[in-house]
Design a protein around this ligand. Structure first.
Ligand code: TXA
Ligand code: MG
Length: 361
């Protein structure tokens, strides 16, 4: 299949909308990452998303809408707190999980009784959704397991020849995916940290809980990495994530990645000595760092994902940096870590997944 590369002018958006209405899969920008969209009410179209991505069928998709009236087709019941969250955070990087209507294809929800919904805050996404006139199911537009795409070129790296088109709207802003919050439970539960932080949610609606499996993923310094390795080796799954997608390998660069914890000076010292050690063994080694520290290392590839002075820049640059390591020869990457407040929680969640929970310190 030839993948059309479309711009964000009126004519190209009409073309993309027509492809969506015809049941094709089309990638498009949102404020978080690029999504791979298909008509959410067309089971055959939705199936094309899973095929192109190589996505496991038990991982449900987020449905994107341009207008709240579209919820009537999709959601059985909107709890008051759902409305409060939409008032406050839509359009924006918040996916709200609610009970589904029967008409939503099983492929979208992976057979769950719930459906995740979001109204993206991106002019190209909204224009496309409006022109298509249908709700659009869209996971991130990467091959399953790869870092999410933040540019149209990233999408083509992974999906050229497998999808009908990509709409190029430039680099995305937030850079990590939406926060997923389940409002079918009380208090609402964060299933995936993202662009809307826990602190912002608490301020808006009071109490929120966090899926315990997220805390478990290396969240606390009290977590014994050997124990975690043991659990993994034995397939122990006491903490099965409630967001099905969170259990899969994600965002992984080709090199083996390790996250180094501790205060920043400590991290830097540990990273340099680990790099020296692995290079002495003949292993090409990279460092994932920040603008402040990039000149302090000696390694085979040193990539900054943003500035510590503003963690939003780190979120925006993280996935591109992970992809860039694949253009280098490194077989091993040591990564700095970040405080888990605000957007830092989403950054560390994605880093831990990219590292397959390999954590030092
Ligand atoms: O920012 C985003 O959310 C991007 C853009 C394209 O909108 N989309 C995205 O989709 O990240 P995806 O498929 O890569 O991640 C969707 C996440 C998965 O972890 C999935 O398991 C979870 O949302 N999810 C979707 N529907 C759910 C549901 N009904 N219950 C629980 N988790 C759900
Ligand atoms: Mg994804």
């Amino acid at each position: 299949m030839h993948t059309e590369r479309l711009g964000n002018n009126e004519q190209d958006l009409q073309r993309a909308a027509e492809l969506l209405r015809r049941g094709e899969a089309v990638a498009f920008p949102t404020e978080t990452v690029y999504g791979l969209g298909a008509n959410a009410l067309d089971a055959a179209a939705v199936d094309k998303i899973f095929k192109a991505k190589g996505r496991p069928s038990d991982n449900p998709l987020i449905v994107h809408i341009a207008h709240r009236e579209q919820l009537n087709q999709l959601v059985a019941e909107i709890p008051p707190i759902g409305n409060q969250l939409m008032d406050r955070f839509w359009p924006g990087p918040l996916t709200i999980v609610m009970s589904r209507r029967a008409g939503v294809p099983d492929g979208v929800t992976a057979g769950l009784s719930t459906v995740g919904l979001r109204m993206p805050d991106h002019p190209v996404a909204i224009a496309l959704l409006e022109k298509a006139g249908v709700p659009v199911a869209a996971p991130s537009a990467n091959r399953s397991g790869r870092p999410s795409p933040t540019t149209a070129s990233h999408v083509l790296e992974d999906l050229a020849g497998k999808i009908a088109a990509v709409v190029d709207g430039g680099a995305t802003g937030v850079g990590v995916e939406s926060t997923v919050v389940d409002v079918t439970v009380d208090p609402p539960m964060i299933l995936r940290p993202g662009g809307v932080t826990r602190e912002m949610l608490q301020k808006a609606i009071g109490k929120v809980q966090v899926d315990p499996s997220l805390e478990r993923q290396g969240g606390g310094s009290d977590l014994d990495p050997l124990l975690a390795d043991h659990d993994r080796a034995h397939g122990i799954q006491d903490f099965v994530p409630r967001s099905p997608g969170m259990k899969y390998t994600h965002y992984a660069p080709k090199a083996e990645m390790w996250i180094v914890q501790g205060d920043v000076d400590e991290q830097m010292g540990v990273i340099q000595s680990l790099v020296d050690k692995s290079r002495a063994e003949g292993i090409k080694t990279g460092v994932l760092t920040t603008d402040e520290n990039r000149n302090a290392y000696r390694a085979d590839a040193i990539l900054s994902c943003g500035t510590r002075g503003n963690l939003e820049t780190v979120a925006a640059g993280l996935f591109a940096a992970l992809r860039e390591f694949d253009q280098t020869e490194v077989a091993c990457i040591y990564a700095e870590s970040f405080p888990e407040q605000g957007i830092g929680a989403a950054i560390m969640n994605r880093l831990r997944k990219a590292a397959g929970d390999r954590i030092i310190g």
